[in-house]
Design a protein around this ligand. Structure first.
Ligand SMILES: [Zn+2]
Ligand SMILES: [Zn+2]
Length: 605
């Protein structure tokens, strides 16, 4: 199990049920295995199964693993290794459930819940503060009353202590919070509750999908647009898409929830719209045309907020490993003429390059729009921003709030507590700032370098930029009026859609049709090797075989945007097709040892 190898044949004197976890020797080492099927005695010698365990995988888990291994190009062992098996002797005790029904829904929420119950897979498209969580919780209650279990998927569970508390306060022992940072003791307790069946709701990040739960009745995927649902190591599955697939094989309902849904879910599934927050607050947006720096205007607003003894958050886009060219005077940027994605500055060759199709142009000396020579590629880091703000506003307590500093959930809890107790005045951070935390006293949100997100060499850059801005601005003005200061040359784009994400999705449809998901399937193949020539040769070989495949299009091939990672040179091929089956067929026929397949890729670095 967990190895990239294909299935082997073994023997044992007893008949063993398929799905049973066993111990076997593989190349003289003892290893875990799973019985897939029985077979006639083959004409070659087989070794004996060493030990039969009390753990087993259900047929549906194996079916799911087979799908994952085919669709995402992993071995069956790697796919099964994602899953936790059932325990044979686990006593499935039926507990008397006397859950006090506390959740009262508004009429609008009731209507939404009825809609979700009626559809196999549906989208709850609800603004921040519109009460999505209560709807989920009510739905979980209904499931419990039918003795059925629910999975509640969230991005990076350890990062939303407020949600955990809410679930635990309401569901008590019936809920298990599952995540990778559990201590060994916490993990053992959680597993016991899962094996015994006491856990009726399991909440957590993507691995939660693969826990052994009997009588599954519902899967909720909150923040369904979030990229952390996609695994970045093999199998490179997307948990949201797997949840939808599980809905089919288990014949249960799947609810996708978001304030800023992905175009893919919006296009594919029926949705119900929930507007407005409970607390009506007024938000004013101000746009400043400048590149990613702390301008005098930004510092002035931060100072004024501080003087009023109110709090601010400062948002910087996630550090991307690419640079692009922007005109400091008019904000003009450079796009690929074929792909409508931003061109990145290529380190060595002094060129602008498209990492989808390889289109290349020389770095211009002056702006092609306004003739200015003020072309720049500067970016500001979180630590640097904290330092600069502290220098300008020495009386302010400024905290860095990103992955570099907030490394554990206890650090997160403490930082949030300091901020909510007003011990700190300004939080400076990346995406982490926008992840579902409640900041009660924030009256100013500064959003820096929005154009960096908008110009990413990624077909989803508009979706990502707009949804980030909506999420960040949703963090301010929870109690009173708030100001959102947006640094961007693209006021027209943001102001048109900031309060109307639906209109954005409708426009985005037209832009993506014929080119990008959800209308086309993409697959990215990367080749990494210490020897750059070897990586390039393997890429070339596969490229040439792919030329003979039908119903697929080779969008581009060449060096990756990040040419070297961990001392390995990287090359890539990007494929496009109407159907994933055609991609899978073509790749199966042409795949080589070095090829790493990423189906439905979200990263193009
Ligand atoms: Zn210009
Ligand atoms: Zn291109």
């Amino acid at each position: 199990m967990g190895s990239p190898l294909e299935p082997f044949t073994y023997h044992h004197s007893n008949i063993i049920d398929s799905g049973t976890k066993v111990s076997v020797t593989v190349r003289n080492r003892i290893s875990n295995g799973v019985i897939l099927s029985q077979t006639e005695k083959p004409d070659f010698d087989t070794s004996e199964i060493l030990e039969i365990s009390d753990f087993y995988f259900e047929d549906k888990q194996i079916e799911l693993a087979r799908f994952i291994s085919t669709y995402y190009f992993s071995s069956l062992g790697e796919a099964l290794n994602l899953m936790l098996p059932f325990h044979k002797n686990a006593a499935h005790t039926k507990k008397e459930l006397n859950l006090e029904i506390k959740i009262k829904l508004s009429n609008k929420q009731e209507k939404a819940l009825t809609f979700l119950q009626k559809h196999k897979t549906s989208l709850l498209f609800g603004d921040t503060g519109s009460g999505k969580t209560e709807i989920y919780m009510k739905y979980f209650e209904l499931m419990i009353s039918q003795n059925r279990r629910s999975i509640f998927l969230m991005p990076e569970i350890s990062l939303t202590p407020q949600m955990n508390t809410r679930l635990e306060e309401h569901f008590g022992e019936l809920v298990v919070i599952w995540h990778s940072k559990l201590t060994p003791l916490q993990k053992r307790k959680a597993q016991e509750k899962i094996f015994s069946g006491e856990a009726m709701i399991v909440a957590g990040p993507r691995s939660t999908l693969f826990l052994p739960l009997k009588d599954l009745g519902l899967i909720v995927v909150d923040e369904e647009h979030d990229d952390s649902y996609k695994s970045s190591s093999r199998p490179r599955y997307n948990a949201r898409d797997i949840a939808i697939y599980m809905g089919k094989i288990y014949d249960i309902n799947v609810v996708l929830g978001s304030a800023t849904p992905s175009l893919s879910s919006y296009e594919k599934f029926p949705h119900i719209r929930l507007k407005g927050g409970h607390v009506k607050s007024h938000k004013k947006f101000i746009y400043e045309q400048s590149v990613e720096t702390l301008t005098p205007l930004i510092l002035q607003y931060l100072r004024e907020t501080l003087e009023k003894k109110e709090q601010s958050i400062v948002f910087l886009p996630t550090r991307a490993n690419f640079k692009y060219l922007i005109c400091g005077d008019c904000g003009h940027t450079y796009e690929c003429v074929f792909c409508s994605v931003g061109l990145s500055i290529h380190q060595n060759s002094r060129a602008l390059k498209c990492h989808y199709c390889n289109f290349t142009q020389a770095i211009p000396q002056v702006c092609s729009e306004c003739g200015s020579g003020n072309l720049t590629s500067s970016r500001l880091g979180t630590a640097e921003a904290v330092k600069n703000i502290s220098e300008e506003l020495p009386e302010a307590n400024v905290e860095q709030f990103d992955r570099d500093v907030i490394t554990t959930s206890s650090k997160l809890k403490k930082a949030l507590k300091r901020f909510n107790d007003k011990e700190s005045d300004i939080l400076v951070g990346t995406q982490m700032l926008s992840k579902g935390h409640d900041y009660h006293g924030v009256t100013l949100a500064v959003v820096l370098g929005m154009d960096n997100m908008l110009n990413m060499p990624d077909y989803r850059s508009r979706e990502k930029a707009l949804s980030s801005l909506i999420q960040v601005s949703g963090r301010s003005g929870r109690a009173k009026d708030a100001l959102v200061l947006v640094q961007s040359f693209n006021e027209l784009f943001f102001s048109e859609y900031i309060e109307n994400y639906e209109a954005f999705l409708e426009t985005e449809k037209e832009y993506r049709k014929g080119l990008y998901p959800p209308y086309k399937k993409l697959c990215r193949i990367t080749f990494s090797h210490k020897n750059g020539i070897k990586a390039k040769e393997e890429m070339q070989k596969m490229y040439e075989s792919l030329l003979h495949c039908i119903n697929i299009e080779i969008v581009g091939f060449g060096k990756c945007a990040i040419e070297r990672v961990a001392n390995k040179y990287r090359y890539e091929i990007l494929l496009r097709s109407d159907k994933s089956t055609d991609l899978i067929k073509a790749i199966k026929m042409t795949k080589n040892q070095l090829a790493e397949i990423d189906m439905d890729p979200l990263e193009f670095n």
